[in-house]
Design a protein around this ligand. Structure first.
Ligand code: SF4
Length: 122
C-alpha cells in the first residue's frame, strides 16, 4: 500500500505533576498528531515528546570533597536514552564544598543541560 499512514494510539500517564492525568496520544508515522486527556498544556507537550523522544530529569547524589553527600539534578530533562551515559560521566565526581542549591556542578552534562546542586552542603 503506497502512501498508507501508520496510525496507533499510545496510552500514557503524565508525570509532570502529581495529578497523573491519563493521556491518549495518537501517533501517525512516528509523530504525535493529537493528545487527549491532558488537563493543561504541559501534559500535551509531555505526551508529544514521550512518543518521539522521552526525557527525564536525572536526580542523584554525589560525594563532596569532605565526604558528605550532596543532592544533584539536571536543570532540565535529558534524553532518557542518555541517562546511563550521563551517570557514567558523573560517577566518581567529587564536589568541592561549600555548595549551594543551584550551583552548577557539571556544565553541559548532556546537550546544553547542566548538572546542578539541589541541596546545600557546608
Ligand atoms: S496534564 Fe497537566 S494537570 Fe495533568 S498530570 Fe500533566 S501536568 Fe498535571
Amino acid at each position: 500500500m503506497v502512501g498508507a499512514i501508520k496510525s496507533e494510539i499510545k496510552n500514557l500517564t503524565c508525570v509532570e505533576c502529581p495529578m497523573g492525568c491519563s493521556l491518549k496520544v495518537t501517533v501517525e508515522d512516528g509523530k504525535a498528531v493529537s493528545v487527549e486527556g491532558n488537563n493543561c498544556p504541559r501534559g500535551k507537550a509531555y505526551g508529544e515528546n514521550e512518543v518521539v523522544c522521552p526525557r527525564r530529569t536525572l536526580t542523584t547524589s554525589l560525594r563532596t570533597d569532605k565526604g558528605k553527600m550532596v543532592a544533584v539534578k539536571t536543570d532540565r530533562p535529558i534524553k532518557k536514552s542518555e541517562i546511563f551515559e550521563v551517570m557514567e560521566k558523573i560517577n566518581g565526581v567529587k564536589v568541592a564544598t561549600p555548595v549551594k542549591i543551584g550551583d552548577i556542578i557539571i556544565e553541559k552534562v548532556s546537550e546544553d543541560i547542566n548538572l546542578v546542586a539541589s541541596s546545600n552542603v557546608e
